[in-house]
Structures are given as C-alpha cells and as structure tokens.
Design a protein around this ligand. Structure first.
Ligand code: S3P
Length: 445
C-alpha cells in the first residue's frame, strides 16, 4: 500500500498515486518547454554568445540541446541552470547526416525551418516511435512551395530528409489548423527567403517565436490574423534570456488545486502568455476561483502567480473550437475536471489532439473510462459526464507525458488511488512532477 498522499515507484514503471485529503503550498513550476526549445534554436543561429537562464531540463529540451550541439554549436553549462551558447550565425549550422529529435515535435518542425536555409545536403531528421507517427506534410508542403527541398516518409511522417541552400521565396501560407510549430517553422524559413513570408491561421496559436524573433532584431509583421517576416535577414541576435515557468506544467497543479487546494495552491513565476492560458477561462466557467497576480515580464512574455483553492460544485462546460489553440495541451485536464463536474463537459473542434504525442482523444477517453468515468470519444473531441467522483483503478500513459500527469492528478482525487502505467513519460516535459506533487501533499503524508 502506498502511504497516504504518497507517490511510490512500482517495479514495472507503474506509479501508484493514492488519494489525499488536501493539497497546499507554493511551487515554482519548471521552465517553459516551448520557450526553451526556441531559446536554444535561436541562440544557435545568433551571431553572439547568448546566456539562456533556467532552460528546462527535460527529455524534450535535452534533445534540442543535443541537436544544437550536433550542428556544431558550442554550448557550455547545464539545462536546469544556465547555458552559454555561442551562436554560429543564421547560416552557420553544420548538422551531421542524421539528427535525432526523440519525442519532440517542436524540435523537428522548428529545426526543419532553419535547416532549409543552411548549406547542407541530405540531412535526415528522425525520432522515436511516437514522433514517427506525427504529420509532417503540414511543414513539407509549404516549405516546398518556398523552394525548399524536403521529403517525408511515404505516410507524410518522419524521417524527414532536408537539403538546404536552394534559393527560397516568401509565400503566403494559409494553415488549415492553427499550429505554432508549423507557423514557427515557416517564419524561420522565411528568414532566408526573398520577400515576405506570411502565415495565416484560423485562430492565433502561441506567439513565442514571433516575440523572440522581435527581441532578436527581426521585424515581425502583423496584419489582421496574419504574421510575416521579410527576408533575407542577414543576422539575428537573441539577447540573453531567462525562461519563465511553463503554464502547461502549472496546469496540472492548478487542476489539482481546484479539486483539493486547502487553503490554497500557489504557483509562482508562470508564463501567462494569453495564447497559452485558455484553460483559465474554462476553469472559471466551471466555477473555479483563480487568483492571478501579474509579475515582471520575463523573456518578453507576461508572467505572474496563480492561486487556486478547492472548489465545490463544479459545473460542466463546453470548450468551443476557437478556444482550442490556447489550451491545446491542457485539454486532457479538462476531461478530468469534467469527471468531477455536474453535467456533461464537451470539447469540440479539437481533432488536432489525434496527432499529438498520442491520439489524445482516444487515450484520454480510455484512461478516464478505466478509472470509472463516463466518457465518450467524438471525431473532434470528447464528452465527459461527471458523477462528482473518480473511483480509481489503473490507466496507461501510452508514453504520453500529459496522460501520465492526468493519471497522477486523478489518483490524488480518486477514492481508491490510481496506478499510472508508463509514468516515466512525464520526463518529456516535467521530470520533477512527482516530487512537486508530493511537496504539495506532504502536509498529510
Ligand atoms: C508547441 C505547440 C503546440 C503544442 C506543443 C508545443 C510549440 O503544438 O501542442 O506541445 O512549442 O510550438 P501545435 O503548434 O502543433 O499545436
């Protein structure tokens, strides 16, 4: 039996999370994954030595650090602390014949945008089994329209083969699905293209790349819903950056705090970019009171502190398609909240979840059902009918870090505890997740 409130490692990489009566305390959540990827990649092509403070130490960002070093970039220091990155200039990357991207969709898509501008021939970008299932035609086709040479595997998935150095031209791209990874890839390729590269999205996705490019001295154009860069850009100089806390990591504690916070759970130093924080509005509609104190901006991004307490009488809500991009990685947690709310919570317009680290429509519904929750798959989302309780049981992360976190939070609020198979997947974005949860629950351990 696990101790109450305890998170104990089982023999088979399954972690059993026992219920706790309450959570309380203050956390500094780990640094932002999206911003760390971008800081590493933009430092690598800067023509100065860039200090990146508090880069996230995780499997995903470790893959980006490795890729940057493999491209001949000198890096001193350590993830989680600070890195000194000696940029090689916008056209100075020298990748080996094969670059590994592990599980990181952000890495493979963003680095492809940089590599099409380098003097390289036949560089293979590949990753793990999950990455090999993810759609890349969405970058390959528009990059080709700009004149780039890039191939995917037959299903439109990795491995990608990129050759660079061909003349590129700016093109106006209309994305079918809002995607910061695709937008960023195209804007980065646009740095090397003659003329303006425009990206139109149905709904604006996170704009971290745009903010960081501007900080690096690149003029970013914004017109209506479109964003553009005019090339060719000669040089880029990312100033030293500190990476703020990750809203997506904070979200797991925010939901746990809404269910168990007593007197409160406090999350400090969190990136509050409005293109990331859609979950706040959804939770408020469900009846959760969330305190938000603005702090000093970090890396050109709004940041602050969030506080939340246990909320009785959660109400179901509908997440509309236009809300999806601002909470794309938090939608699994909405399913969990829905299980504890009265009524049916519905997520619509989120077919994109099918091509994340797992098919998150299928995997969330499967996990919730395994814990005794009434949940139903829809083509473009899911519906969860709350009973106000989660019985508990055993579920699988299917190698997806967001599912592993969902399972752990479910365990804390469940009646019998939850065993999370493949819990180690949390290391993709949040290796210290169990330790931080235990710190919040330790008052009763
Ligand atoms: C990310 C963008 C999102 C998100 C992913 C990180 C980024 O993906 O799901 O975890 O860093 O740009 P899409 O832009 O493909 O929706």
């Amino acid at each position: 039996m696990p101790r109450p409130g305890g998170v104990s490692l089982g023999r088979m990489a399954a972690v059993r999370v026992a219920p706790v009566p309450l959570l309380r305390g203050t956390l500094q959540v780990p640094s932002d994954k999206s911003l760390t990827h971008r800081a590493l990649l933009l430092s690598a092509v800067s023509d100065r030595e860039v200090r990146v403070g508090r880069p996230l130490d995780s499997a995903d960002t470790g893959a980006t650090l490795q890729a940057v070093e493999d491209c001949g970039v000198r890096v001193d220091g350590h993830l989680g602390d600070a890195l000194l990155i000696t940029g090689r200039g916008l056209r100075g990357l020298r990748p080996p014949p094969a670059l590994g991207c592990a599980n990181a969709g952000t890495l493979i898509r963003l680095i492809a945008g940089l590599l099409v501008g380098q003097s390289i021939d036949h560089v293979v970008l590949d990753g793990d089994e999950s990455l090999r299932g993810r759609p890349m035609t969405r970058i390959a086709r528009p990059l080709r329209a700009m004149g780039a040479t890039i191939f995917t595997a037959p299903g439109g998935t990795p491995p990608l083969v990129v050759s660079g150095g061909a003349p590129l031209v700016g093109v106006e791209h209309h994305l079918e699905v809002a995607s910061a990874q695709v937008k960023s890839c195209l804007l980065l390729a646009g740095l090397f293209a003659e003329g303006t590269t425009w990206v139109h999205e149905p709904v604006m996705s996170r704009d971290h790349t745009e903010r960081m490019l501007e900080a690096s001295g690149v003029a970013v154009l914004r017109e209506g819903g479109a964003v553009g860069v005019t090339g060719p850009v000669e040089r880029l100089a990312l100033p030293d950056v500190d990476v703020p806390g990750d809203f997506s990591s904070a979200a797991a504690h925010l939901v746990a705090g809404a269910l168990l916070g007593d007197p409160e759970v406090r999350l400090e130093g969190v990136n509050l970019n409005p293109a990331r924080t859609g979950l706040l509005a959804v939770m408020r509609r469900m009846g959760v009171v969330i305190g938000e104190e603005a702090g000093k901006p970090v890396a050109g991004e709004p940041c602050g502190t969030l506080t939340v307490s246990r909320t009785e009488g959660l109400r179901a809500t509908e997440v509309e398609p236009h809300e999806v991009p601002s909470m794309i990685d938090e939608l699994p947690l909405v399913g969990l909240l829905g299980a504890l709310a009265s009524g049916t919570t519905v997520v619509r317009g989120a077919a994109e979840l099918r091509v994340k680290e797992s098919d998150r429509i299928a995997s969330v519904v499967r996990a919730l059902r395994a814990l005794g929750v009434e949940a139903e798959e829809r083509e473009d989302g899911f519906a969860v009918t709350g009973s106000g309780r989660i019985a508990g049981g055993a579920m699988e992360s299917v190698g997806d870090h967001r599912l592993a976190m969902l399972g752990a939070v479910a365990g804390l609020v469940s009646e019998e505890g939850v065993s999370v198979g493949g819990f180690e997947a949390v290391a993709v974005s949040y290796p210290g997740f169990a330790r931080d949860l235990a710190a919040l629950g330790a008052v009763n351990a």
